[in-house]
Design a protein around this ligand. Sequence first.
Ligand code: ASP
Length: 356
Amino acid sequence: MPDSYFRYNLNMKPENTSILIIYTGGTIGMLEDPVKGTLKPLDFQKIMKHIPEIKGLGCRIESISFDPPIDSSDMDPSIWARLVEIIQEHYNDFDGFVILHGTDTMAYSASALSFMLDNLSKPVIFTGAQLPIGALRTDGKENLITSIFIAAARENGVALVPEVCIYFDSQLSRGNRTTKINAAHFNAFQSANYPYLARAGVHLVYNREFIRSPRQPGDLVVHKKLDNHIAILKLFPGINPEYMDAVLGYRNLRAVILETYGAGNAPSGLFFLKRIKQAVDKGIIVLDITQCNRGSVEMGRYETSRHLLNAGVISGYDMTTEAATTKLMVLLAQNLEVKEIKMLLNKSLKGEITLP
Ligand code: ASP
């Protein structure tokens, strides 16, 4: 095994550490309503009853529960602000944080928190489940217990993974590199453009070469304000100019994520380019990301993306939609000039893009 890997025996208990579990909701804590047949959230104490093993881990575990817990389809920026507030308030009292969250928007929340928390030196691990914790074949138990191990993992007193991550189905990935790709199987998430940070098998093996550590550790800084005056314009052959006008004409629009084809390509027709250029000239930021889940935007490689470059569109490289959306929301809320925001969009702030 290369030096850059760190093998952590799963039988080693996370003793003498302290973990805060924040329970927001999601399938992990849901129960079937016998009348309606739909899944609805349980409270946290009921969830804990299903995992008595947690008491034997030897670490101090405390929890904060959303009341009521939510289905993550109801997630929004005000709840992200609440989450970072909770982390900030309890930052000095715990070694790591585990956030129980529905899978549907988990990749958005993990991306958002990665940009809302600066100088993070402790793990923030999102997890959840595809099957409720009370179900016989639940994946929630392993997901939660291993997330606690990861949130507690330290070497010489320093956290092994001081990042916002998602742990799911034996894989730990950087939150802002992750996308939900499967609604039916346990392997719900994928980090297509960045290596996994750890894998759990018989051992927990950390891929430490790819784990970020704070360059100049300082006090935690949190950004609670987000600006949601953004839009996502996904291209498709036959896109209607009126549809583009509706999206680009929305009042107070500040940024558009253009989901383009392949390496960042878009129609070269005047109807399209004229509208994009008009948006850029109005001061709207247009960010080019690809609809492909692997690979990167390479503006200028084809004629069809050179037009975009000339119109003032900027490259989002290999950023996920989730990372692009939340990075924009955080940057737009910071009273920065458009040109500064564009410059920061082209920088990897939290490991969200691979620069050429
Ligand atoms: N609808 C659920 C949620 O995201 C799905 C899940 O947890 O897997 O809250």
